[in-house]
Write a protein that binds this ligand. Sequence first.
Ligand SMILES: *Cc1c(COP(=O)(O)O)cnc(C)c1O
Length: 345
Amino acid sequence: MRTLQDLVRKNIWALKPYACARDEFKGEASVFLDANENPFGYPYNRYPDPRQTILKSKISRIKGVPAEQILLGNGSDEPIDLTIRIFCEPGIDNMVAIEPTYGMYRVAADINNVEYRPVNLDSKFDIDTDAIKAAVDSNTKVIWLCSPNNPTGNDLSRDRILDILNWFDGIVVLDEAYIDFAGRESWLKELDKFPKLIILQTFSKAWGMASVRCGMAFASKEIISLYNNVKYPYNINLLTQTFVSERLKCIDEKEEWVASILAERSRMATELGKLSTVYEIYPSDANFLLVRVKDANATYRSLIERGVVVRNRNSVTLCGNCLRITIGTKEENETLIKELMVNKE
Ligand SMILES: *Cc1c(COP(=O)(O)O)cnc(C)c1O
């Protein structure tokens, strides 16, 4: 059984992190001459809170996770990259992931020169636990799971996630970017039972703030403190911290958006099902539908010509002739259906 220290790269475990001015002095003061800031231009002249205390306390209340178990990043991309940099020795360690899944895990692995071992999902797009276990060896530091999964749209089964969590003694990252669209509880409630579980969520989807770039990682205090040591000190700027804090007050609006997207998702599944060129609509627990059509490349091109952009997933493993269609407004969705009806390819 590997301990957390066994899993962390030696240089990271030994790291003496950068001590920024805002970390060193934490009390109340009226004169700040410690950070070489400009005294004019308040509030943007000041470096932002490196630990995002106010924002995290609000997130903590909404998510039911203590603030010291939260990392905020520049989108989910940041915790994805940090996870690899903390745990994986380039050229030596490896990571195992479901396939197909979110493309950033592999890109971040490639950038860090860490071997990435994709393991195909089964015919129902669920985890093939035996194949995952067979791909793991003593240099496997991280397993990547994404549920609901992108681009397949489905939730992975709880029992199989649990099986992986109980079996693997390394880090399991569970990406819940689409959790608000899935009719189930988050795994956040079980974080304390699994000290090597990292859960990713984001403000980019249900909360409607993709442009703001704010992602969340939830994990044990020990893992969060490793993240804090490695991240850029001021990784979340003041504009983002205050804007997200304000938007968190509008949780009702977020829930209305989610309800509208879910209603449209089921309406779209019905409407798409009526088209002769649509062969299969996969079950979705997310804000998009994966749809298998007669000729994905041709449909993709003809939609583009009409100003409608969907994601062509034709070349993705297990997704031949599939398009990934984001659920938009009722009007946007109707435009898509109309254009698909014109295009009979
Ligand atoms: C969209 C998405 C994210 C969100 O990424 P951000 O960097 O937070 O915008 C994360 N994971 C998956 C699987 C996604 O599809």
